[in-house]
Design a binder for this molecule. Structure first.
Ligand code: CA
Length: 231
């Protein structure tokens, strides 16, 4: 999942970005409204965290411009204590949630996870697809109630595929949403990760949860339901 953080306080921006990366997100950053607006408009962002008080154009103006051009990714706004008018304006313009500064990073992370899930149409923090359950709060995964250990990158790939279960996700879409700009993107790495996931999720090779759609990408074959599809 790829996040954008727009914040003009350098220390807050750096610590927030570091903490989000630690949690497995790809993070693009901007210290002013214009740069932030540009990144959100040009790159495949899954969610933006926007400080409202910025040195050039305000956070509300940034959100207004994105929404006017049809960009619908979730936006979490950061406001100063006491500026309830800004908060209301931000929400009216299309922000999805807000946090008042100073806030606890754990609360921000919980809100980010909830917004991402809801944007993909899930309300429960546990993504259940047939026998596969990904717990987005605990960052754990089980198959038929048995825990399966995943590396951080395996988890990221699986989370994206399960959030979009039933739909074909192209390799380009996966890399766009898993990597920040200016990072080395090797699609061979993705193939290796998907291969490892298949062995971990389906050691007996009976379920084939991650299907390859020739020339198109990958599809998590079990949709969000309790029953198993025909194998
Ligand atoms: Ca500020």
């Amino acid at each position: 999942m790829r996040l954008l953080v727009i914040e003009d306080e350098p220390t807050l921006l750096t610590t927030l970005a570091a903490r989000l990366r630690e949690d497995g997100y790809a993070v693009d950053i901007a210290a002013n409204g214009r740069d932030g607006h540009h990144i959100g408009a040009e790159y495949p962002i899954d969610l933006a965290i926007v400080d409202l008080g910025l040195p050039d154009i305000t956070g509300t103006e940034v959100i207004k411009r994105w929404r006017a051009s049809g960009l619908a990714f979730p936006v979490l706004i950061l406001t100063a204590r006491g500026s309830w008018e800004d908060k209301v304006a931000g929400l009216e313009l299309g922000a999805d949630d807000y946090l008042v500064k100073p806030f606890h990073t754990e609360e921000l992370l919980a809100r980010v996870r909830a917004l991402m899930r809801r944007a993909a149409g899930w309300s429960d923090p546990k993504l259940r697809c047939g026998p596969f359950v990904l717990d987005t709060s605990a960052k754990s995964f089980t198959v038929d109630d048995k825990a399966v250990e995943l590396t951080a990158f395996e988890y990221k790939v699986l989370e994206y595929l399960m959030l979009h279960a039933g739909r074909v996700v192209s390799k380009t879409e996966l890399t766009d949403h898993l990597y920040e700009e200016d990072t080395d993107r090797d699609s061979n790495v993705l193939e290796v990760i998907v291969g490892r996931l298949r062995r971990k999720l389906d050691p007996e090779r009976t379920l084939n949860p991650v299907e390859t759609s020739r020339g198109q990408g990958y599809r998590f074959r079990f949709e969000r339901a309790a029953s198993r599809p025909d194998v």
